[in-house]
Design a protein around this ligand. Structure first.
Ligand SMILES: [Zn+2]
Length: 418
């Protein structure tokens, strides 16, 4: 599974965390049902915006990109995303990119002109297969990316001639690879061939980025690039598109700082990955209530099993939940299953010694679901000392020693156990 990662020239906005949540959850689900997953997510660490920032701040491109990679990884950790199997950086694969472009030129699918190399879109009859892009859209794209060196306006850049910032020697002169070539070559390098199971990314990447990746893979090995393509929807902020240009933006870092990574993760999982999410005060408040409810339930279970340890498993409790995730990663429906389970647990917790075995099985299913969804509530099993304290509290309560039980409860509350 390969997911296009961020271009690391600034702090990412909260919308950039959506693919992280979606594909991390997909990976966790696959691993839960027994697949071995190789999950690759790249960093685009060469780009005009990185070069511009490096020039303006008197730093190297590497300093800029490494700083923002670190910030991005901190945010990813805070939303409890597992580390991908590989996180290639474009700059570490430039030699392969040059070789790849040479092959495309040899196959007549690319041509060099005055230090730049372009892909000959006309060479791939299936061009547009992923995005169903129309001739009109191609025309618009051609106008935006007008370049008199192209044979045809729809052709796209594989090698860019540059004399500013980071650049490499190539058979066509000094320059740097085009973005569409970066991803397809990193896939080829890491997986050993261009055809992978799943390629993911935001909807905005479908065209031209993913379409152009496919075109190169077709021309290179005539195999296509991925068996399945998954595209996540956008995140709007107060019903408007998030965009740097309008200032309608919130960085992942700021959002997580204010509301926590678990809230962001749950908020994003509450909508199907293909639909848009609108960030608003209402949805944040509702999600916060859900997080608090999950935490209270988990804490009550931790207390109960500290006093009456019992571990039991019943995988049938996960059947429906798994079916929902297997159905195009339907996380909202999977969450409905989780919430129904929480309701059952809370009913049993009113008289926890009545059906202890059932409670143990539900508690185990609860943990499994949280794990698969990657929801870290930050609540651990009690250590020995705290378990003793809780027992003491329970005994004092039973013996109607209220002064003692109140004092102990206060201690336990301070520790977050109540
Ligand atoms: Zn990509």
């Amino acid at each position: 599974m390969y997911v296009c990662g961020p271009t690391v020239y600034d702090y990412v906005h909260v919308g950039n965390m959506r693919p992280v949540v979606v594909f991390d959850t997909l990976r966790r689900f696959f691993e839960h049902v027994g697949y071995k997953v190789t999950y690759v997510s790249n960093y685009t660490d060469v780009d005009d915006r990185i070069i511009e920032k490096a020039v303006n701040t008197n730093k190297s491109e590497k300093e800029i990109s490494e700083f923002y990679i670190k910030a991005f990884e901190e945010s990813a950790t805070k939303i409890n995303a597992l580390k991908p199997s590989f996180t290639p950086k474009a700059t570490e694969h430039v030699a392969s990119m040059i070789e790849f472009i040479k092959v495309l030129i040899n196959k007549d699918a690319a041509y060099a002109n005055d230090g730049e190399v372009f892909f000959r879109v006309g060479k791939v009859p299936t061009y547009g297969e992923l995005s169903n892009v129309t001739q009109d859209e191609l025309q618009i794209g051609a106008r935006i990316d007008a370049n008199p060196k192209k044979e045809h306006p729809h052709d796209f850049l594989l090698w860019k001639k540059t004399d500013v910032g980071i650049r490499w020697d190539s058979p066509w002169g000094e320059g740097r690879p085009g973005w569409h070539t970066e991803c397809v070559v990193m896939i080829n390098d890491i997986f050993g061939e261009p055809l992978i199971d799943i390629h993911g990314g935001g909807f905005d990447l479908k065209f031209p980025h993913h379409e152009n990746e496919i075109a190169q893979a077709r021309a290179y090995a005539d195999k296509g690039l991925a068996n399945y393509w998954l595209h996540n929807g956008f995140i709007n902020l107060n019903n408007q598109k998030m965009a740097k240009s309008t200032g309608n933006i919130v960085t992942a870092r700021d959002f997580i700082e204010q509301y926590g990574g678990t809230l962001l993760r749950l908020l994003l999982l509450s909508t199907h990955y293909r639909s848009p999410v609108n960030l608003s005060a209402d949805i944040i408040e509702n999600t916060n209530n859900e997080v608090e409810r999950l935490k209270r339930t988990k804490q009550a279970l931790v207390r109960h099993f500290a006093l009456y340890p019992l571990v039991l498993k019943d995988d049938s409790l996960l059947t429906k939940f798994n079916e929902e995730l297997a159905d195009d990663l339907n996380t909202p429906n999977a969450l409905s299953e989780l919430y129904a389970l929480v309701k059952d647990i809370n009913i049993l917790l009113r008289a926890p010694l009545k059906e202890p075995q059932k409670l143990a099985k539900l508690a185990d299913a609860f943990d499994e679901m949280l794990n698969i969804l990657g929801l870290d509530l930050g609540i651990k099993k009690l250590d020995k000392k705290d378990a003793e304290l809780l027992k003491e509290y329970e005994n004092a309560r039973k013996n109607k020693d209220f002064a003692r039980s109140d004092a102990l409860r206060e201690v336990l509350q301070k520790k977050g156990i109540f």
